[in-house]
Ligand binder design. Structure first.
Ligand SMILES: Nc1nc2c(c(=O)[nH]1)N[C@H]1C(S)=C(S)[C@@H](COP(=O)(O)OP(=O)(O)OC[C@H]3O[C@@H](n4cnc5c(=O)[nH]c(N)nc54)[C@H](O)[C@@H]3O)O[C@H]1N2
Ligand SMILES: Nc1nc2c(c(=O)[nH]1)N[C@H]1C(S)=C(S)[C@@H](COP(=O)(O)OP(=O)(O)OC[C@H]3O[C@@H](n4cnc5c(=O)[nH]c(N)nc54)[C@H](O)[C@@H]3O)O[C@H]1N2
Ligand SMILES: [Mo]
Length: 739
């Protein structure tokens, strides 16, 4: 094969590949292969060390995932109980499996109508081997009901669409070197990567003496590695602290008024709120300090330093926004970047938690064109709307799937669901209130799932299709969250057992449904076509074979990419994509929604299970559930190398542990009204008192009494969402006790 190189060891070849999982980076990897078997994995070998894209520990452990003994290799049919595991399944042929699914599809459609078929998918972030073709075949079959929203980033998406009308709000990473201070506000890139070039760039920034602050309830790896100072904060209160910083700037006249006048609308209305003219409450540092736990003096000094040190890079993120009122955190951060005039400037930032640049951004992936879903026809037009209600007329909020299954139309959901096709992604570890999910999935008439593993979600399926991993197919992958580079993942090995890709499964369904000429292209024809037809690829990739051979195309940029540079340098010719053409600190579109919990200027509004909620008398601890360093969510589960790096545990402050008689390393229960899990305690000052933390993504393994022994944090989290659509997974109260 042309893309293979000879290794120094004569009998091995090297294949260039990248993962396609939802992991925070996209690293070029060199897979060593001998006799069709992966023997080891090496990272990027680009000669310029400053542009090398170094794999993290997860990237180096894929061999143990791809060849994990639990990999599914054959289609399965359930013969026992739902939710239990591999002992309840028997091997069947692809024909029998797909024929069963088609029979059930037809039965459910003919009995209840297409809207009672629920479909959602994910798991693979590529161009071709996605669930897109499956969705198209199901639309040709009459359609299905699906979700609205991204469990990941609805808070920041809503905030940036409100303020800027655009999601490409990032700077390329090397622009961090142009900043004079970097404020990591709820951002922990050492763990969650934020682009493969991020951590090394931060290392260079630190070496260059750029001041770095981190605001997080946990002393994260990024705090420990980079921060000059850790500013601990009570979860869910960032908006209060940011608003008080705005107060200090206004009182001391430190805001960049010329910038605000020229590029923004509605600062006066925000100022009225901050100064208490609107509601009688002055948002002073003392006011904020009571709420967020950061000393008033520190809020004041940070406000002054941030306002007077230019350029400065404030980076908010997505995690703190996955909360009740999550979008207010991002909107406040955006407002601070506008008040300090840092938007559109090298070394500055625009905030918005997405940090995307339009070079290789995963939101702009190529793919087989989809189809309109007939089930959604007649629904309201949702183009450009910020009103979530309109989006939920035909769709189910992504954090409400279980309720929708259990309650249907009677509960206000768009349809009564009878069957589900869960095509990758693991709703039963990654959505709130997993015990409700258990009841919901047990209530369905038929479930089909497809995954390389028997995930907790797949365990409820009547038919399970085995899917090949990224190493078993040729694919265009994209950097996470963005470049500047494009990647080609070469097929490293043949699919294990009878595994198929999601694309092949879509095609098989179309064939069984009798759709002629559904897809006549080969894998290579599609990949070549995507590159030719997608303007982003076509601009850079002139030689397909070379791109495939190298596995990567690095864009050589003359200077770092800066979001909204054109809008700031030449505003007459480049208005923002908002109704006013400016950055909207006040949004008339939001005002028109008329919901006091969804204000037109950014505000601090306590909501959900916050620290002062009456429920805190019974469940006094706030629960965080960040992304695991050793997995990508539930993916890379049980990989021995990774489990050794960081055992699963609940972080608890010594003050909270002592009050409960809990010793480091002992098994404890973490619980609330939604569930109870058993997990080891890690007693550590790296988390503030009153807050505990469990990494998300661990497999759900309830015992006979319903206690989850797997440590799946989402049995505890609520299935709520904010007015902007953010899944409120981080706004959650629990208690911890000895087991
Ligand atoms: N290793 C690894 N990396 C990943 C992923 C993974 O699963 N594993 N997933 C990828 C994906 S899909 C995404 S969306 C991104 C996610 O990136 P994020 O969503 O930003 O990551 P989180 O871990 O949820 O949260 C980031 C930080 O916010 C802190 N935090 C929580 N609540 C608050 C709060 O109220 N205020 C403040 N100031 N801080 C708070 C947490 O302690 C944590 O350190 O990561 C990507 N990277
Ligand atoms: N409590 C809490 N919950 C969270 C979050 C949080 O911060 N806290 N974060 C949220 C965020 S940001 C995200 S993005 C979601 C992630 O939620 P999901 O996307 O549901 O989580 P993953 O574990 O990435 O699921 C991927 C599944 O796809 C499978 N898979 C891998 N490759 C393929 C493939 O090629 N095809 C198919 N069909 N399947 C494949 C994997 O084995 C795995 O079972 O979780 C959310 N849930
Ligand atoms: Mo995500």
């Amino acid at each position: 094969m042309s893309m293979q190189e000879k290794d120094s060891r004569e009998d091995e070849t090297i294949v260039r590949c990248t993962s396609a999982i939802d992991c925070g980076g996209r690293c070029p990897l060199r897979f060593h292969v001998k006799d069709g078997v992966i023997t080891r994995i090496e990272g990027d070998d680009f000669p310029d060390p400053e542009r090398q894209l170094r794999a993290c520990l997860r990237g180096r452990a894929y061999r143990h995932w791809i060849y994990h003994p639990d990999r599914l290799k054959y289609p399965l049919k359930r013969v026992g109980e739902r939710g239990k595991g591999i002992s309840e399944y028997v091997r069947i042929s692809w024909d029998e499996a797909m024929d069963t699914v088609v029979r059930e599809l037809k039965r459910v459609r003919d009995t209840y109508g297409n809207s009672s078929i629920f479909f959602t998918g994910g798991g693979h972030l590529g161009a071709l081997h996605t669930v897109g073709p499956l969705s198209k075949a199901l639309c040709m079959f009459g359609g299905y009901t699906t979700i609205y929203g991204n469990i990941s980033s609805e808070g920041p998406v809503w905030a940036v669409m409100t303020s800027y009308g655009d999601v490409m709000v990032g700077h390329s990473r090397e622009d961090l070197l142009n900043s004079r201070i970097i404020i990591m506000w709820g951002w922990d890139p050492v763990r969650m990567i934020s682009g493969t070039d991020c951590v090394y760039t931060l290392t260079r920034a630190k070496e260059a003496g750029i001041k770095i602050y981190a605001i997080d309830p946990r002393c994260t790896h990024s705090v420990a590695t980079f921060a000059d100072e850790w500013i601990p904060i009570i979860p869910g209160t960032d908006a209060a602290m940011m608003i008080a910083m705005a107060y200090v700037m206004i009182k001391e006249n430190l805001q960049d008024q010329a910038f605000l006048d020229k590029y923004t609308v509605g600062f006066d209305k925000f100022r009225d709120y901050v100064l208490g003219i609107e509601d009688g409450v002055e948002k002073t540092p003392a006011w904020a300090s009571e709420i967020c736990g950061v000393p008033a003096k520190r809020i004041e000094s940070l406000a002054r330093e941030y306002a007077t040190t230019k350029p400065a890079c404030l980076n908010d993120c997505q995690g703190p926004a996955r909360a009740a009122q999550g979008e207010q955190y991002n909107r406040c951060a955006i407002t601070l970047t506008a008040m300090t005039g840092n938007i559109g400037k090298p070394g500055g930032s625009a905030c918005g938690g997405l940090m995307g640049i339009p070079y290789g951004h995963m939101f702009r992936a190529a793919g087989i064109p989809g189809m309109k879903n007939p089930v959604e026809e007649g629904g309201p037009s949702v183009r450009g709307t910020l009103d979530l209600k309109l989006r939920l007329v035909t769709r189910i909020h992504t954090n409400k799937i279980f309720d929708a299954i259990l309650e249907g139309k009677a509960g206000g959901y768009p349809s009564d669901l009878r069957m589900a096709w869960l095509a990758g992604g693991s709703i039963l570890t990654q959505r709130g209130d997993v015990n409700k999910g258990d009841r919901a999935l047990k209530s369905l008439e038929f479930i089909v799932a497809q995954d390389p593993f028997l995930s907790p979600t797949a365990r409820y399926a009547d038919i399970v299709f085995p899917v090949s991993t990224f190493a078993e197919k040729n694919e265009l992958t994209r950097p996470w969250p963005s470049g500047p580079y494009f990647t080609f993942a070469n097929k490293v090995i043949e699919p294990l057992g009878e595994c198929k890709t999601d694309w092949e499964i879509g095609n098989l369904l179309a064939e069984k449904l009798g759709f002629k000429d559904f897809d006549n292209n080969t894998e290579e024809e599609w990949l070549r076509l995507f590159i030719k037809q997608n303007p982003e690829y076509a601009t850079y990739i002139k030689d397909y074979d070379e791109f495939k051979r190298e596995g990567i195309y690095r864009i050589q940029m003359e200077e770092p990419y800066v979001a909204f540079r054109k809008q700031i340098e030449d505003p007459e010719n480049n208005p923002f994509n908002t109704p006013s053409g400016k950055i909207e600190i006040f949004s008339q579109r939001v005002a028109d929604i008329g919901n006091p919990m969804c204000p037109p200027v950014p505000k601090y509004i306590p909501d959900g299970e916050h620290r002062r909620h009456p429920l805190s008398k019974t469940y006094p601890l706030q629960l965080l559930s960040p992304h695991p360093r050793v997995r990508a969510h539930s993916t890379l589960q049980f990989v021995d190398w990774l489990e050794e790096v960081e055992p699963h545990a609940v972080w608890i402050n010594p003050a909270d542990a002592e009050a409960r008689g809990i010793r480091n390393g002992e098994l404890v229960y973490v619980f609330n009204d939604r569930g109870k899990l058993a997990i080891k305690a890690w007693v550590t000052k790296r988390i503030i008192p009153g807050v505990v933390s469990i990494y998300e993504g661990k497999y759900y393994q309830p015992d006979e009494e319903g206690i989850d022994r797997g440590g799946c944090v989402n049995i505890l989290t609520p299935d709520a969402y904010s007015p902007g659509g953010a899944a409120a997974l981080k706004t959650c109260l629990v208690q911890v006790a000895r087991s």
